[in-house]
Design a protein around this ligand. Structure first.
Ligand code: 5GP
Length: 210
């Protein structure tokens, strides 16, 4: 049973381009919410700060952490390894801090299956339509339209994982999406009533998957 004094684990996952990383950054500004910093073997992007956005490590170091069983979860995503080390997360939760995870569905599944003694709330973020997603992916700093097309194909596969999440939230407008997530977290923590229309979500997913 989770203790009331402990923090809560909040996972946000999404297909590429749905705006999840921005949402995690917005949620991290709430008092007592901390982002879990992942390890990755991918190269830093120009706008990223090492040890803040990620711990950037070589594959050898990543494998050492795997062998030492330091990861709460890890996965290979787009040819690179990503993982969450256990100790910083558990330390924060024990101090009563809520921990935000920006991780993919494989990591979310692993954390869920661990059935840790902390409350876990999972969110899957979706774009309003495939058209908007394609525009967002094409507008990113991508050299090549082919990458956007490749990510669209990946979207078709990733979207199917929505079923394993507590809540699916559509990111049409960043502020609204942020408030929706924040209200659902508040309701979960305080056993309040939840403003969530699962029929609407099912309908939206049907539209995205045809
Ligand atoms: P990016 O390279 O764009 O920062 O992240 C690519 C994907 O890897 C995103 O879906 C992101 O959520 C996911 N990711 C980032 N950190 C982790 C992690 O520690 N574990 C897992 N499983 N996925 C992660």
């Amino acid at each position: 049973m989770p203790l009331n004094k402990d923090g809560v684990m909040i996972i946000l996952s999404s297909p590429s381009g749905a705006g999840k990383t921005t949402l995690v950054k917005m949620l991290s500004t709430i008092n007592n919410f901390e982002v879990s910093i992942s390890h990755t073997t991918r190269q830093p992007r120009p706008n990223e700060t090492p040890n803040k956005d990620y711990f950037f490590v070589r594959e050898q170091e990543f494998k050492r952490l795997i062998n030492n069983q330091e990861f709460l979860e890890y996965a290979k995503v787009f040819d690179n390894f990503y993982g969450t080390t256990r100790t910083p997360v558990i330390d924060k939760l024990n101090k009563g801090q809520n921990v935000l995870f920006d991780i993919d569905w494989q990591g979310a599944d692993q954390i869920k299956n661990k059935k840790l003694d902390y409350k876990l709330i999972t969110f899957f973020i979706l774009p309003p339509s495939k058209k908007v997603l394609f525009e967002r992916l094409s507008n990113r700093d991508m050299k090549d339209k082919l990458i956007a097309e490749e990510r669209m194909k990946q979207f078709e596969r990733d979207v199917l994982h929505w079923i394993n999440y507590d809540y699916v939230v559509i990111n049409e407008n960043l502020e609204n999406c942020f408030s929706r997530i924040k209200n659902l977290i508040d309701a979960e923590i305080n056993n309040g009533s939840k403003d969530y229309d699962s029929e609407f979500i099912r309908h939206h997913i049907n539209k995205l998957t045809i």
